[in-house]
Design a protein around this ligand. Sequence first.
Ligand code: BGC
Length: 365
Amino acid sequence: MSASTTMPAIAVYPGRADTVHLTELPRPTPGPGEALVRVRRVGVCGTDQEIIAALFGSPPTGSDELVLGHEVLGVVEATGPRTDGVREGDLVVATVRRPDGCPACLAGQPDMCVWQGFTERGIVGAHGYMVERFVEDVRHLVVLPPALESVGVLLEPLTVVEKALRQADLIQRRLASWAPKTALILGAGPIGLLGALLLRSRGIDVVVVARRPAPNPAAAIVEGCGGRYASLRETPLAELAADLPPFDLVFEATGVAQLAFEAMGVLGSNGVLVLLSNTGGDEVAPVPVARLNLGFVQGNKVLVGSVNAAHEDFTAGVADLGRFEELWPGLTARLITHRLNGFADVARIAGGIDEGIKAVIEFAQ
Ligand code: BGC
């Protein structure tokens, strides 16, 4: 019997809601500089849900389907010629964004793309990783130590906050001394929680606020790394902040645009507020413009948006995942609250995860 020339993948028809389905892709072979990766596990995130709801996403040129998935962990099965640094058997994560020819991309910063003509695997114009195997240029792969097998699928979402912190640190070179002591994180989804682990690992006092009252799995993770969790249902943000020292750093990761503006009101002097939510829609809300403006001027505050991540954020993230394990053994893996069974569970991808935090799809090896 000859080996099959195709392999299964999970796709949508972008622009049409609720079209998650199984499809087939040609089985790829690695060329020079490329590796063939067998997919082990893929995370499902808010962006995937937006693509499924037809609010976001586009297929590769010439196709009406988009294979989903941008949070991948896999194992290198074969390599083409000239693939230094990546070997058969390596545990790898692939980055998401591929450059266009804009000045930022040409300078090696596709995460800062100016022309917005980039592609993103599993999101914009390029197939993602919910597939049996994929081929990738080894420059877009990051090798992880085997000890990080259980948490490696969280590397890509971690890089979002790695970049956020790197941006804040770069911006704060304007200060003769920048040693953040206090941080507020809005949102207790995977991004907010990974942000909490990252900032706590740097010794920063962290308060995470979200809607759900404690106890809940997210609050337990915040407390597990020595942070504080508070429910906005119980205490409004301004009231909560009034009882705490000023925040040097704020990460907004709720997906609720209005909270980005509320966060502006609780940022401390010389502080940085990093906005991380991709908010769809065209919601309008009243904003206390004079008070917020004055606070920013008088307090030398910075508001910055941040998307995607650079290769250096992935390598920093590998080191930090290891550090999280040393500091709080087993805690990071508790973000994974739902495990779906590969291609057989395709119907469950589009579902919510109730009180859970992160769903991953396990692919049989
Ligand atoms: C991904 C980023 C991506 C962004 C916008 C996020 O879910 O983590 O890599 O740039 O979506 O497409």
